[in-house]
Design a protein around this ligand. Structure first.
Ligand code: GLU
Length: 524
């Protein structure tokens, strides 16, 4: 520890008097009154205007841990990087959370939840560190730091502000005053007492105990340009005073873990349980090999992609749930649980590396998911999607809700044999396009048997039940010496333009007599 700063100097260095003492903060944000084992988690995105599928994956873990333990799940906006601010970026996050059903519970008592609004809290904790000599004002300029970095690199030393390179770590009061009088604005740095020759053991709920060299860098806690905290300091202060019990974050933060332990220990606070998640991989379409997802190459990196393309959000959640809880799929197939919310996930089982997000696998989950939906829910989902994201054609398809319901109800009455070809709301509307005259594309290649079609028209009665209808087809087949299937295929192609459709009788019933007759006449 170094000599602490006087109250006057603290106020000058921090650009104002601290509002609270640590004791006051402890009282203002008391430990939460929750049942034993309740987990308090938070999703803490930096609002960049882009929500990565990996963010959604992390947020799902947060949400799930809180949900299954009767805890609390918060959304904290980490908007301390004023250079990277993007208008509307918070709405992107909030909208995604809402769409994917990850509702958060930001109890006002522990707020505010925008870091940019928590300056008083950070300043108060920083004041305590300056007072006790565990932090100091540093007046190194960007040029100074660049020079130091250059010197370190050429001498083969680790780069950073530490030890002898931390010029201001023992700066005297009169030098601080001289700088301040000169109009220089300091950053606040940790006065690190760590020694890399010693090891610090940190815990990760997935990886267990991990030994790291102690941190000796005097890292910035409060930045000079805007008086806002760095990630490290905000993490310490916010997760302590928001009473977070479990911190779920990307594995890129793993190397910072010794620093975070150091900070919590320095304050005498209990560090949270950490869960570092693996970056999601995919199977590369060209090479067939597993690789990291890339924001530039892979549209499915962006959560907005799933909303725009009409993927059932419930299926995306189910699939992500299966990635993070490897036993889930099996439990579901066995019928032990109905959905991911009923399954109890174990932090220990979250994948440490190589978590694969495979669109082909997602398709399977989507087919199963849609297959288990009630028709009315399917119609509503497709309609909501078309009205929000669809083009004129898709909006037209959902305009007549009765017709759409009849179309989508085909092959859904027998729960054991529900059609499984719908994957997304968009693709569902594409598959059934032929039901609308404006979208129907007649099949110009197919060689129709005009006799068969004429014979069908002669005896066609929309009121026939399925057996009567089929008997007529059998009769026509016999009359012309063709197979039953040939007759059906002639009708199928004439009505849909396709050689592969769901149940033909149902199609005829849904289309109605006029449309059926018109299309068959046009086909001959
Ligand atoms: N804002 C940080 C990030 O987006 C949050 C990490 C954390 O959850 O602590 O990486």
């Amino acid at each position: 520890m170094r000599t602490g700063l006087s109250e006057d100097l603290i106020a000058r260095v921090l650009g104002g008097l601290p509002k609270y003492t640590i004791a006051e903060l402890e009282k203002k944000f008391p430990p939460r009154n929750l049942p034993d084992g309740a987990m308090v988690t938070r999703f803490a995105p930096s609002p960049t205007g882009f929500m990565h599928i990996g963010n959604l994956y992390g947020a799902l873990i947060d949400y799930k841990l809180a949900q299954q333990s009767n805890g609390v799940f918060m959304l904290r906006i980490e908007d301390t990087d004023t250079k990277r601010e993007v208008a509307g970026a918070v709405d992107v996050v909030k909208n995604a959370m809402h769409r994917f059903g990850l509702e958060y519970n930001n109890d006002e008592k522990y707020g505010p939840y925008y870091q940019s609004q928590r300056k008083e809290i950070y300043r108060s904790v920083a004041a305590e560190l300056l007072r006790s000599g565990r932090a100091y004002p540093c007046f190194l300029t960007a040029e100074d730091m660049e020079r130091i970095r250059g010197e370190q690199s050429s001498a083969g030393f680790a780069t950073g502000i530490y030890g002898e390179f931390a010029r201001d770590r023992d700066i005297a009061a009169e030098d601080i005053i001289r700088h301040l009088d000169n109009g220089d604005v300091p950053s606040i740095r940790l006065y690190s007492t760590g020694d890399p020759a010693r090891r610090i053991f940190c815990k990760d709920a997935v990886r267990g105990s991990i030994g790291f060299p102690e941190n000796n860098e005097d890292l910035v806690l409060i930045k000079s340009n805007d008086g806002l905290p760095t990630y490290h300091f905000a993490h310490l202060v916010d997760d302590h005073f928001m009473r977070t019990t479990h911190v779920v974050r990307g594995e890129e933060w793993l190397p910072s873990l010794p620093l975070h332990y150091q900070l919590f220990r320095m304050m005498g606070w209990q560090p949270p349980v950490y869960i570092h998640t693996a970056t999601l991989d995919k199977i590369d379409g060209d090479t067939g090999k597993q690789r990291k997802m890339s924001k530039r190459k892979d549209p499915e990196c962006n959560v907005a992609f799933f909303l725009n393309e009409g993927w059932p959000v419930g299926a995306v959640i189910e699939y992500l749930g299966n990635i993070l809880a490897s036993g889930y799929e099996e439990a579901k197939l066995k019928g032990a649980v109905k959905n991911f919310w009923e399954y109890e996930m174990k932090p220990k089982k979250i994948p440490m590396s190589g978590a694969l997000f495979d669109m082909k696998k997602l398709e399977w989950w989507a087919k199963e998911y849609i297959g288990s939906m009630a028709v009315s829910d399917l119609v509503k989902s497709v309609t909501d999607w078309a009205n929000e994201y669809g083009d004129d054609k898709q909006k037209m398809q959902v305009a007549d809700q009765n017709y759409l319901t009849a179309v989508l109800a085909i092959e859904r009455d027998n729960p054991k044999r529900v059609r499984k070809d719908f994957i997304t709301w968009k693709q569902t509307l594409e598959i059934v396009e032929f039901f609308w005259d404006d979208l129907f594309v007649p099949n110009a290649e197919y060689k129709y048997n005009a006799d068969v079609l004429n014979a069908f028209l002669d005896t066609f009665n929309i009121a026939d039940d399925k057996d009567t209808w089929w008997n007529k087809i059998v009769e026509i087949a016999q009359r012309f010496g063709v197979k039953n299937g040939d007759v059906a295929m002639n009708l199928r192609v004439a009505l849909s333009g396709r050689t592969n459709t769901p149940d033909l009788y149902s199609i005829i019933q849904v289309m109605g007599a006029d449309r059926v007759i018109k299309r068959i006449k046009a086909a001959k």
